[in-house]
Design a protein around this ligand. Sequence first.
Ligand code: PLP
Length: 397
Amino acid sequence: MTISRRVQGIKPSPTLTITAKAKAMKAEGIDVIGFGAGEPDFDTPDHIKKAAIRALEDGFTKYTPAGGIDELKDAVIRKFKRDNELDYDRTHILVSCGGKHCLYNSAQVLFDTGDEVIIPSPYWVSYPPIVTLADAVPVILETTEESGFKMDPDDLRRTITKRTKALVLNSPCNPTGTTYTESELRVIADIVLEKGIYVISDEIYEKIVYDGIKHSSIASFDKEIRERTIIVHGVSKTYSMTGWRIGFAAGPSSIIEGMNKIQGQSTSNPTSISQKASQEALDGPQDVVQAMVEEFQKRRNYVIDRFNSMEGVSCIKPGGAFYAFPNFSSYVGKSFGGKPMRDSVDLADYLLDVARVAVVPGDAFGAEGFERLSFATSMENIEKGMDRIEKALKELD
Ligand SMILES: *Cc1c(COP(=O)(O)O)cnc(C)c1O
């Protein structure tokens, strides 16, 4: 075997199987409704595209500093000041090839072999492999639907050992949409400081929040917790820029410097043109974001109402992000034409094969019995998809 043990230890994402299958069906001309996408369905706003075109025309097409251009770092600094009342300088900021890249870099800098990293479940699919690739150990902290998928502080305290290096926090959360309030975060911050661990705070969905919820960053409480937090953020979700590959991190200078070093020896700089576009995204008009969020909120209300009116299904109302995470566990154990639904993967397969609706099995997020549906698709698709799911569930016995 010539493949490294490191890579052999990483499982391919189960989401890929279903996405590939849905794609193949679509290619055959089958009308599949896709709820799998983890990205906004809107186009990147025009003023942002124009900034990229300007950068191209100005010949801004060469290497930049590995960790990003100063103008973009300054725009990021202004963003943290404006939105989170956080004071950073350039030594605290790194620009990377997406938020995911920031997560990867931070894991490489923070973790040594055997370090434990607490990941509350349901979790975003990439957290455990990113931890494993740094030779650290993901420790899953389960949360329940009853608590709105929020960590219990006592559970958190109990899960922390001498080997614990960090907690991964994701508010608003993908896949559950859970948002922590400021007072809940203050309790978590106290535990983090008491135990002397770090927080990797993935705040990529900061701007995609509903019902007037105000996002709170755990780093913003005081200097002590700020020195223990690496914020991971980016333009992908807020500005519908997933393909541009720009994310940014904010944290203690020594950690950011380490991340910069890794980046300098691996990817080098994120795309020069995308950096210029991202600067415009952060500094330019923000009303485009509000319009997108309003549309998401309408869809969310519809999807959640539909799920909660289906027999045997419950679905918490997400406070942020653009996913519904319904509980289908009462359908696990049922069957269709003699074929048993053993788990969320079987159910997702069934929904795809029979109802022609693509969803992502909860298993991928460490939550058996659930499915994730992205409502980043048109209202028309959503209505059709919900009808199909409701009908398909009734056909199980
Ligand atoms: C989309 C996403 C990211 C990062 O996306 P990038 O495109 O790499 O910036 C990070 N965390 C979560 C939870 C996400 O859903």
